[in-house]
Design a protein around this ligand. Structure first.
Ligand code: AHG
Ligand code: MN
Ligand code: MN
Length: 345
């Protein structure tokens, strides 16, 4: 593994570009170091105190695990040492100002998929780095297109770091021999033509007609209008779903639904949808609410939610076309279905 480029070398090169690249490189290095610490804590499981235990509720109304709180403290303290103007975390009520002279802000989900901790499934950390506008208070009100960099770490069988600096997507793996992230895949592209979808099917009765029509056709397989058999996966960690899509394609949906509190879906715009959408687009895919591009949205509040449909661009465009159709049921029967690359055999 020693001939592989380390994240440190990679960031050193990037940091020369300008002041915000220098600040962003420092923040990414600090987050990566914090994530290595989190990876050892997650790997220790029950040996590391009661990391799977619930201990409160966060500002977004979700149950907090002890590990959510510890991961938040670890990343927050690492970023306090770096040159960062302002932070926003899933686990804090509002942003924290650190060093207003810095050019960047960081929004992060310290531990994504934390309901997976006690069942020994992949969890992760997500982060988004944005420029600081003239008015510091508007840092987290910019559209997703403003992002300078975004990344996520998956604590799975391997600890992987997926990173975009706005010029493609590169993947690093934690080399346990020396505790450094090493570059393992450069310029990752999402395979365009796969037949795999991910959605929490238990919510079917709450979905809108478009999602229901689309998923019913996926389930109909070769006998449906899509004309091909689909595989389904649902992991319950956005990071793991995104990693799979970057590796073997497919589509992930967390739509809005009719349950109380789900009118904008479940996922949070600033520290889940924005950074993941940036990465997916940089890998040639697409990310949408079904009606709008995720990166065109700007948050009004730190914990704002959004529907998220992401993956291979043909698949996402197809669902967007269904949303644009006055009668999705008819649209599902229309020949358009057969015309799109996604559905060509
Ligand atoms: P978090 O643990 O940070 O709250 O995020 C969990 C998210 C996401 O990772 C996953 O896709 C989704 O919640 C799962 O939600 P359901 O349990 O509603 O399926
Ligand atoms: Mn999350
Ligand atoms: Mn979380």
């Amino acid at each position: 593994m020693s001939e592989r480029q380390s994240l440190k070398e990679y960031l050193k090169q990037y940091s020369q570009a300008d002041a915000s690249a220098w600040h962003a490189a420092g923040a990414i290095g600090a987050i990566a170091k914090a994530c290595i610490q989190i990876s050892y804590i997650t790997a220790d499981g029950a040996l590391s105190a009661s990391a799977g235990a619930a201990c409160g509720t966060n500002a977004g109304g979700d149950v907090q695990k002890e590990l959510d709180v510890r991961a938040d403290a670890i990343i927050r303290s690492a970023l306090t040492e770096a040159h960062v103007a302002i932070l926003a975390s899933e686990e804090a009520d509002g942003p924290q100002t650190i060093d207003p002279s810095s050019r960047i802000g960081v929004a992060f989900d310290p531990l994504d998929g934390s309901s997976n901790i006690e069942v020994n499934m992949a969890v992760g950390t997500i982060f988004s780095i944005v420029p600081v506008p003239d008015d510091l208070r508007r840092t987290f009100r910019q559209s997703g297109t403003a992002q300078i960099a975004a990344g996520f770490v998956v604590y799975g069988p391997q600890t992987s770091l997926v990173l975009t600096l706005g010029k493609g997507v590169d993947i690093f793996a934690l080399d346990r021999a020396d505790g450094e992230f090493k570059l393992i895949r450069r310029n990752v592209r999402i395979p365009p033509d796969t037949a795999e979808f991910a959605i929490n099917l238990s919510n079917r009765r709450h979905w809108d007609p478009v999602v229901r029509v689309f998923i019913d056709q996926c389930l109909a397989g070769e006998e449906g209008v899509l004309g091909k058999d689909f595989n389904m996966r649902w992991i319950g960690s956005l990071v793991a779903e995104a990693y799979r899509i970057l590796t073997r394609g497919g589509l992930f949906l967390y739509p809005a639904d009719a349950r109380a509190g789900y009118s904008d879906g479940r996922l949070r715009l600033l520290y889940e949808a924005h950074p993941i959408a940036f990465i997916i687009e940089q890998a040639g895919g697409a990310a949408s609410t079904g009606r709008a591009r995720i990166l065109d949205l700007a948050a009004d509040t730190v914990h704002q939610r959004t529907p998220l449909i992401m993956g291979a661009s043909d698949d996402v465009r197809f669902v967007e076309n269904l949303y644009a159709s006055p009668e999705p049921n008819d649209r599902a029967k229309a020949p358009l279905f057969a015309h799109r690359g996604f559905f060509r055999v």
